[in-house]
Design a protein around this ligand. Structure first.
Ligand code: ADP
Length: 261
């Protein structure tokens, strides 16, 4: 077939654009890998000194370390609390880098999600009480599935702690978990600040924080939901969000039911 000069020109331009695009994609991919490696290296390096700090903190509060005043004990408690926060943050970073390098392996076995949710509800209770947020729950055991109990626990805790964190005093968090045919379904609903529509589709990306959370200076890293999404995906499930800014949010997790025995 013959090509006119115009056609030839256009296809040359197209080939060049295609080449440029490929080049850009390759550069982005490299940047992405570099970022993952950086996050992984930093979180590993942070872990060692922090373990030492936590160890000495523990020794300090033991009797052999000698008497401390009650004012000092209060200060130590603050240091302990913040050391724990740092540890959790570093842990999240490590998990994120594992997700990105494809090494966030799960150790799947029969699990009752009802037990996981009940445990998480107990764990969140003191935080909710302190924030004056009421937690209601309707959990229908057994909710059998095949999964990694530790990863599932982290996933549920992330959703619960977000719900409490983003709900002002006097609000309510409602947790429901039950079986729906071949699926195990958990919903976490809150009466909190909600999520602006424009932010909803970006919510499960790493480091993403919605504009209203940033504006209100509610602390966070934007790692929790990325870990939630990876865990749910890794278990063959789906997580979705429905929310209205200023009214509240509902997160729904659907996982394939399996044998619990
Ligand atoms: P973090 O809570 O550390 O900021 P997450 O990844 O858990 O990170 O959540 C990402 C963002 O999604 C939050 O910063 C917040 O803007 C929004 N978000 C998550 N859960 C809720 C919720 N229950 N109510 C309102 N906003 C939420």
């Amino acid at each position: 077939a013959e090509m006119s000069a115009g056609d030839l020109g256009r296809s040359l331009v197209n080939a060049r654009l295609f080449e440029q695009e490929r080049h850009l994609v390759e550069q982005l991919r490299r940047l992405n890998t570099a970022q993952s490696e950086f996050v992984s290296a930093v979180s590993h390096d942070l872990r060692t000194p922090l373990t030492s700090i936590a160890g000495y903190l523990e020794l300090l509060t033991e009797e052999e370390a000698g008497p401390i005043t009650s004012a000092q004990a209060k200060m130590l408690a603050v240091i302990e609390r913040n050391t724990l926060r740092l540890r959790m943050l570093i842990e999240d970073l490590l998990i994120l880098s594992r997700i990105e390098t494809g090494t966030y392996d799960s150790d799947k076995r029969p699990v009752d999600l009802a037990a996981v949710v009940t445990g998480a509800l107990q764990a969140i209770e003191p935080t909710a009480a302190k924030a004056d947020v009421t937690v209601r729950a309707a959990v229908h055991p057994p909710l059998p599935l095949r999964g990694d109990p530790e990863q599932l626990d982290r996933m549920v805790m992330n959703l619960l702690s977000n719900a409490v964190k983003f709900t002002p005093a006097g609000g309510t968090v409602t947790v429901e978990a039950g079986q729906d045919g071949a699926a195990v379904v958990m919903t976490v609903r809150d009466t909190g600040i909600g999520i602006p529509e424009a932010d909803q589709e970006l919510l499960f990306g790493r480091f993403f924080r919605a504009s209203n959370a940033v504006r209100r200076e509610i602390p966070g890293t934007g790692l929790g939901l990325a870990i939630v999404a990876a865990t749910v995906q890794g278990h063959g499930g789906v997580v979705t969000v429905a929310s209205r800014e200023g009214e509240g949010s509902t997160f729904t997790v659907r996982l394939p039911a399996g044998d619990c025995a």
